[in-house]
Design a binder for this molecule. Structure first.
Ligand code: CMP
Length: 148
């Protein structure tokens, strides 16, 4: 079992596609173990995307990410990091195949619907940035033996 950080970006709530995106994650066999609806404070957003600081798109990325509410989550499951990245598709929705979340719901790179950690270190760092340990819920479910 592995955990990863996932964020539904501004616009997803307004477009009322939260359920559609979450269904894809759940249907695959991953599960939510922490979730919160929030407006990201600018400083937290800049910390989250610190690796992109200095890139030409950084200022507009931050403006966009603080422009509306997001849904931050911890997602758990077998190979959760790579599985969730595969469900999302490539960063640029124009290159994402239909059937992936970005391929089905977005058209431009900046507004690519969903963020998912790209490796174990970023998953741990990002989970820690957005959640206290007490907000991550451990629970058993009868489905796991059928999934992986
Ligand atoms: P995400 O997976 O959240 O990680 C970094 C984000 O920066 C990425 O999704 C995009 O939203 C954004 N991004 C990356 N490259 C570009 C780009 N060339 N132009 C605009 N936004 C970008």
């Amino acid at each position: 079992m592995e955990r990863t950080f996932c964020m539904l970006k501004p616009g997803v709530l307004q477009r009322r596609i939260v359920g559609d995106v979450l269904t894809r994650i759940e249907r695959k066999g991953l599960r939510v173990c922490a979730i919160k609806l929030m407006q990201i404070p600018r400083a937290l957003c800049e910390q989250h995307y610190a690796e992109h600081e200095g890139r030409p798109f950084f200022p507009s990325l931050i403006e966009y990410m603080v422009s509306g509410p997001v849904i931050a989550m911890v997602i758990e499951g077998h190979d959760a990091i790579s599985t969730l990245r595969a469900l999302c598709g490539p960063t640029n929705p124009a290159e994402a195949s239909p059937g992936t979340i970005r391929g089905d719901y977005g058209v431009v790179t900046q507004k690519n619907i969903i963020h998912a950690s790209d490796g174990p270190e970023s998953a741990a760092r990002e989970i820690d940035l957005f959640f206290d340990a007490a907000e991550i819920v451990e629970y058993a479910d009868g489905n796991q033996s059928w999934i992986g």
